[in-house]
Design a protein around this ligand. Structure first.
Ligand code: AHZ
Length: 307
């Protein structure tokens, strides 16, 4: 039988006949044919730890200087990330998401219902990422919001130049004096669980990412939402927020897409975070504006890197 000889400081050594380690790559059907002599390849626990931590700390090192930071991996942030990843594989993009699970409010179509509505012409974005829908005339319906979010998310994560740091919160913006005002030059981050405990634990200093462009898509006001625009007020870069207004699907979606822009130098705001700064209406459970605001935010960000 296969044995692992455990030696501290050394890689595990296999003795005896090797049954599964480095064997031929098998299909699931081939595995299922032979449950009686089934066995996993051997592993030492430290290998698992090192496989994860080595990569994570390398990513922290690599993305400490990023080209673009996207704050918030909701439908708008992920749409922006997709467009950047697709068009500029040469740029380093860090996505910082406070929650363990990326996707923001786009796992359900609204309330607890599954289907997701997108008004035309946002159906173009669904074709772009390869999500099927039913055409209802002026709008289309994806059978489950999770299909949209998981498809988009899987594409974004697969881009080699994009790193998603989830369970990580942006705690502050990095600023530089510029032309009598300031420009945004990156973000201050912390693991979200740490961010949530600044009041009762001490000495938990944050981390930083420098980047010439930050795209903030943290959603409307809430415990975490509207983060960057609220910070702009306390930094006296804008006097006060307009505050999100009541629901009007027709007015709200156009306003969010058209309003997606660089709000202060180096900071582009998109999605529902924008409704807080502009005093725009909410749109409720229609998601076309989030996708197209993401497309526009990406376009605004890429202007900085035009050659
Ligand atoms: O966890 C948040 C969520 O996943 C994340 N986030 C917020 N603050 C953060 C911070 N650091 C890191 N300080 C942070 N991450 O940002 C994400 C926002 O996703 P969202 O789905 O809330 O925003 P969105 O603008 O992409 O989509 C809005 C969806 C809505 S709300 C609404 C309405 O009420 O009318 N309608 C739509 C379509």
């Amino acid at each position: 039988s296969t044995e692992i000889v455990e030696l501290a400081h050394k890689k595990p050594v296999l003795t005896g006949p090797v049954q599964v380690l480095n064997g031929p790559t098998r299909t699931v059907e081939e595995i299922a044919e032979r449950w009686d002599d089934f066995k996993f390849s051997p592993i030492r626990e430290s290998q698992v730890s090192r496989a994860m931590t080595r990569r994570y700390f390398k990513d922290l090192d690599t993305y400490a200087e990023s080209d673009i930071v996207i704050v918030g991996a909701g439908s708008c942030g992920l749409s922006a990330a997709y467009m950047i990843g697709k068009t500029r594989p040469d740029l380093k993009v860090a996505i910082i998401e406070a929650s363990v699970s990326p996707g923001g409010g786009a796992w359900l179509g609204g309330q607890l219902f599954s289907a997701m509505v997108m008004r035309k012409p946002a159906d173009a974005f669904l074709r772009e990422v390869g999500v099927e829908y039913e055409d209802e005339g002026d709008f289309v319906v994806v059978k489950h919001a999770a299909l949209f979010t998981s498809t988009l998310l899987s594409k974004v994560i697969q881009f080699p130049n994009i790193k998603l740091f989830n369970a990580t919160a942006v705690e502050d913006l990095i600023t530089r004096p510029s032309g009598g005002g300031i420009r945004i030059a990156g973000v201050v981050t912390n693991w979200t669980l740490v961010t949530m405990h600044h009041d009762d634990q001490s000495c938990m200093d944050p981390n930083t990412i420098n980047a010439p462009v930050v795209i903030s898509t943290t959603g409307h006001d809430g415990p975490f939402g509207a983060f960057s625009v609220k910070r702009l007020v306390s930094m006296q870069q804008i006097q006060k927020l307009g505050g999100m207004r009541g629901l009007d699907m027709n007015v709200a979606e156009d306003a969010i897409v058209k309003g997606t822009r660089e709000v202060v130098p180096g900071l582009i705001v998109g999605g529902m975070e924008l409704s807080e700064i502009d005093g725009a209406n909410r749109m409720g459970p229609t998601f076309g504006a989030m996708a197209l605001s993401g497309v526009k935010a990406a376009e605004e960000a890429l202007k900085v890197f035009e050659v």
